[in-house]
Every structure is written in structure tokens, then in C-alpha cells.
Design a binder for this molecule. Structure first.
Ligand SMILES: Nc1ncnc2c1ncn2[C@@H]1O[C@H](COP(=O)(O)OP(=O)(O)OP(=O)(O)O)[C@@H](O)[C@H]1O
Length: 443
């Protein structure tokens, strides 16, 4: 019985391998070339990519190709997902190689061992990375990236200045420096990890800069995501609707303007040269809730337009004044991501999006990667001056409590009068200390 299983597996393996070689799907080099040809990556006169070198590295194989004149790297990059899928097409549901058979211990029952191998293979997915340095480089990894990374405090120790941990790429620990790149767009379809990332961001900043960081949070998704942070000393305001958002933003605009005036008078270039330690993070979650386009209520539309103007101003001029904008949305459209904010937010963290068009709205023309990310919460495209696929660190509730616990403070409600001339504060009771209520009057 054992002998029969082994011999038929070997025979099947040999016949299958020969057949697949004939079909040109036997090895990744041939597959890549066939995928390129079938995906139309061929010049008019029929020229195709030509292999230049193949190198085996630790955990990957790199294929270096010459691109024929008339095709560009962007042509290939746009079809990265086609290559990845092509390299993962299964030969059959019973996909065992001779190499797999060498792992089986035939002294004990091979059936459960074969089942385990098949299950493991089912989970394995080849992932690729593409680069160009005059040659097209396609790196095919032996193992997929980890699909889970738990936050731990050693990550904070690896950060300097205004850096925060983001997670890991395939090769290294990834952090974002908010002094180098002040504003960030965070996008992604629902349940893909935006809120989890924002919690990591706020908790990390409070832990690293308890005396210097301030937050204004426009938590427009119902006020639950940031519930833990509401009473942190560093949180100036939590706005839960467009009316409260406008008041919080007007307060920032006023403060920003007086700071700008002072810097201009004193000939100060920016917050760093002024020696100011404080940074004020303005977090917008969810941007669609304050997008004015499509708003039918005239009054609400008017205040949403004002919110958009202030946010655009923060993105445009406030980086140098110490403000940092984190602008989040699950609806990646031109209406929710205003041009000025996009142009001034040089960092993007984009979780999976539903369409290639949405991915391009966030990441730029031809950048469809976010639509082809695996369905793994926390997996994202992180773009600064380069683009990397990352697995974001996940921070547990207990870790958040531990980091921010010492900074939680029950304070009296903010009661000053900084709302602007058309604004009257109302509803000054209750336990929510720094949320606002506005009454807008006609001018
Ligand atoms: N980095 C991560 N690693 C592992 N799991 C994660 C990660 N981020 C999020 N998740 C899981 O995905 C779930 C949804 O994440 P999250 O609440 O951040 O989604 P979201 O993108 O903010 O969704 P929505 O836009 O609907 O609010 C989390 O409860 C958690 O279980």
C-alpha cells in the first residue's frame, strides 16, 4: 500500500513536471516571460523582456530582465498583480513536488503528513517586488510576509525625535518621521486597519512626547474609535460632528495665524529653528463626513466648506508652524481627498482599497497596488519618497492603557471663548471635557 502511494506520487510528479515544462509553467523565469507576453508587454515588432541574470538570495530569487525599447518600467509595475497571480496559479489541487516527498517520513503513516504538506502549501503564496535600475528586477519571495505583527514597546525605543513605529516591510522595521514629512493621508476600505493604525500613532506619540504633543481629533465616525484617548492630557479637543469639527478647526486657525504672524515678525523660518518642542496633530477620521460635495443642507454645507478650507490651509502652511495633519478616509474620491491636501501630504499609508481607481486617487496615476493587496488587516502600501508594502503593528487595548494610563486626567470642560465671531458655545455641561457644541448664526 505504502509502496503504491509513493510510486504513483513519484510517477505523477515526473509526468506532471514534464507536462508543465512543455507548457512553459515549470519555473518562475519561464512563467514571468509567458505572463509578460500574455499580458501584452511586448513591443509592436514582437520584442519581449530578455533574462539577464538570475540570483538566489536569502528567502528569494531575483530575476533581472532587459526591457525592450518602447516599454517602460511603469508598464510592468502596473501589472504587478498579474505577475503575482500568474506565479501563484496552482497546477492542480493535489500539488505535490518530488521535493515535498523527501520531507515525508515513510516509517510512519504518510497520509496525515501529506495532508499537512498540502495544507501548508495552500497557505503559501509567492509574493513579488519589482524595481528598476536600468534593468527590470523581479524578486520572487519564497515565503509570504508575516500577516500579523504585535506592537511591543521595544518598537518605541527604535524611534527618534518625532518618529513613530508603523510596522515591518519584508526587509526592515518601518517608522514614520513626522518632522521630515509632516502630513499623512491614511486610506483604506472598511475594516482594513485605519483606526488600529491611528490608535498606534496616538499612543506612541503620547508615550514618547507626553509633554510636547497635542491632539485635535475630528472623530466623525461616531466617537468610539478614540474613546480611550478623550481624557488624555494631550488631547485638546475631540469633535464628533461637523459642527464641533468647525469650532475645533477655527481654534486651530486662530492659533496658527497668530503663530504665523509672530514667526514672520521675528524672521523665524519654522518650528524647528524657533526651538519649539510642541507639535500639534490634527486627526480627521472620517474625511467623507466633512466633505462638502453632495451635502444638501445649505447651512451644513457652508460649515463643511469652511472646514475644508481650514484643513487645506493646515496642509499648505502649517507644517512649518508645528502642525501635523493626519487625514483619513475609506472613500477615496476627489471629493473626500481635496487636491491641496493630497499635494501637501507627502506620506500615504494606504490599506486595501476596492478599486484600482480608488488606489490611484490616493497613491497617484498608475499606482494600483492598494487594490491588489491581500485581504489581510494591517497590510498597507506606505509611500514617502519610495513605496513599500508593510504589515502595520497592531496595538492591543492593554498596551494602549499601559502607555496612556499615566496621562489620563479628568479635567474641567474647556470653557474659553475662541470660537470666532459667528460662533456661540452651548451645552457646557456633562463629563465630556473637550468636545464642542456650536450654534451657527446667519451673517
Ligand atoms: N495591523 C493589524 N494587524 C492585525 N489585525 C488588524 C490590524 N489592524 C486592524 N486589524 C483587525 O481588523 C479590525 C478592523 O480594523 P480597524 O478598526 O482598524 O478598521 P478600519 O479600517 O478603521 O475600519 P472602518 O473604516 O470600518 O472603521 C480590527 O478590529 C483588528 O481585528
Amino acid at each position: 500500500m505504502l509502496f503504491e502511494i509513493v510510486t504513483s506520487l513519484i510517477a505523477g510528479g515526473i509526468a506532471g513536471t514534464a507536462y508543465l515544462k512543455r507548457q512553459g509553467v515549470g519555473d518562475d523565469k519561464t512563467r514571468i516571460e509567458r505572463i509578460a507576453a500574455n499580458a501584452g508587454l511586448v513591443t509592436r515588432d514582437g520584442k519581449q523582456i530578455r533574462i539577464y541574470r538570475r540570483t538566489k538570495g536569502k528567502g528569494y530569487t531575483e530575476y533581472v530582465y532587459q526591457i525592450p525599447l518602447g516599454l517602460s518600467f511603469a508598464d510592468f509595475e502596473k501589472k504587478k498583480h498579474v505577475f503575482e497571480d500568474g506565479l501563484n496559479i496552482k497546477r492542480s489541487t493535489f500539488d505535490l513536488s518530488i521535493h515535498d516527498l523527501t520531507d515525508i517520513n515513510f516509517r510512519s503513516n504518510p497520509i496525515p503528513q501529506i495532508k499537512t504538506i498540502l495544507q501548508k502549501k495552500k497557505k503559501q503564496k509567492k509574493e513579488i517586488e519589482m524595481a528598476f535600475d536600468g534593468m527590470l528586477k523581479i524578486r520572487v519571495y519564497d515565503e509570504p510576509m508575516p500577516d500579523w505583527l504585535l506592537f511591543d514597546e521595544s518598537m518605541l525605543a527604535k524611534c527618534n525625535g518625532w518618529e513613530i513605529p508603523i510596522g515591518i516591510s519584508r526587509t526592515q522595521f518601518i517608522k514614520h518621521d513626522f518632522d521630515a514629512i509632516p502630513h499623512m493621508i491614511v486610506a483604506g476600505a472598511t475594516r482594513k486597519g485605519k483606526s488600529a493604525f491611528l490608535k498606534l500613532l496616538v499612543a506612541s506619540l503620547i508615550a514618547r512626547h507626553p509633554d510636547d504633543v497635542r491632539f485635535t481629533i475630528l472623530d466623525l465616525k461616531g466617537g468610539l474609535a478614540f474613546a480611550k484617548f478623550r481624557d488624555a492630557q494631550q488631547v485638546e479637543a475631540v469633535a464628533k460632528n461637523p459642527i464641533e469639527a468647525l469650532e475645533a478647526l477655527r481654534a486651530i486657525r486662530d492659533e496658527m495665524n497668530s503663530r504665523l504672524e509672530y514667526y514672520l515678525d521675528a524672521g523665524i523660518e519654522d518650528v524647528k529653528s524657533a526651538g519649539v518642542k510642541e507639535r500639534h496633530f490634527v486627526i480627521v477620521d472620517e474625511a467623507a463626513q466633512i466633505a462638502s460635495a453632495g451635502e444638501t443642507d445649505k447651512e451644513i454645507k457652508r460649515l463643511k466648506v469652511e472646514c475644508e478650507h481650514i484643513l487645506a490651509e493646515i496642509a499648505r502652511v502649517a507644517g512649518a508652524l508645528g502642525y501635523r495633519l493626519i487625514f483619513c478616509t475609506q472613500y477615496a474620491t476627489a471629493d473626500t481627498l481635496p487636491r491641496q491636501i493630497k499635494q501637501n501630504a507627502d506620506a500615504k499609508l494606504c490599506f486595501r482599497l476596492q478599486t484600482e481607481i480608488a488606489s490611484q486617487v490616493v497613491l497617484g496615476e498608475g499606482e494600483t497596488d492598494a487594490a491588489h493587496l491581500p485581504l489581510i488587516p494591517g497590510r498597507a502600501v506606505y509611500v514617502t519618497d519610495r513605496k513599500q508594502i508593510v504589515q502595520c503593528a497592531y496595538i492591543s487595548s492593554d498596551d494602549i492603557d499601559r502607555l496612556i494610563g499615566p496621562h489620563i486626567n479628568i479635567r474641567a470642560r474647556k470653557d474659553n471663548d475662541e470660537g470666532g465671531k459667528n460662533v456661540e458655545k452651548g451645552n457646557c455641561e456633562g463629563t465630556a471635557p473637550r468636545s464642542y457644541s456650536l450654534i451657527i448664526s446667519e451673517t
